[in-house]
Design a protein around this ligand. Structure first.
Ligand SMILES: [Zn+2]
Length: 80
């Protein structure tokens, strides 16, 4: 994947957590992290107590940007 800022090739990796990984709307940190409490939230990796959660992510260390492409669901390790 090309970085949309500098057009260099981004490095493939992952973001892993022992909790659900979700994008939540708004600008303030939430008391509850589960996406189903918030309208418009997007679950990027569903929680699995056995496998934790992880999502494929691309990084550009020069621009200090990370991209998660969740368009096809394959970015979620727990959906594979
Ligand atoms: Zn870049």
């Amino acid at each position: 994947m090309k970085c949309p800022y500098c057009n260099d090739e981004m490095e493939k990796g992952l973001i892993q957590s022992n909790h659900e990984i979700a994008w939540l709307p708004g600008e303030k940190k939430k008391a509850l992290t589960r996406a189903d409490f918030y309208q418009g939230a997007v679950v990027l990796s569903e929680l699995s107590f056995l496998k934790s959660s992880a999502v494929t992510a691309y990084i550009c260390k020069k621009c200090e940007k990370v991209i998660i492409d969740f368009s096809d669901g394959n970015s979620d390790f727990n959906r594979r």
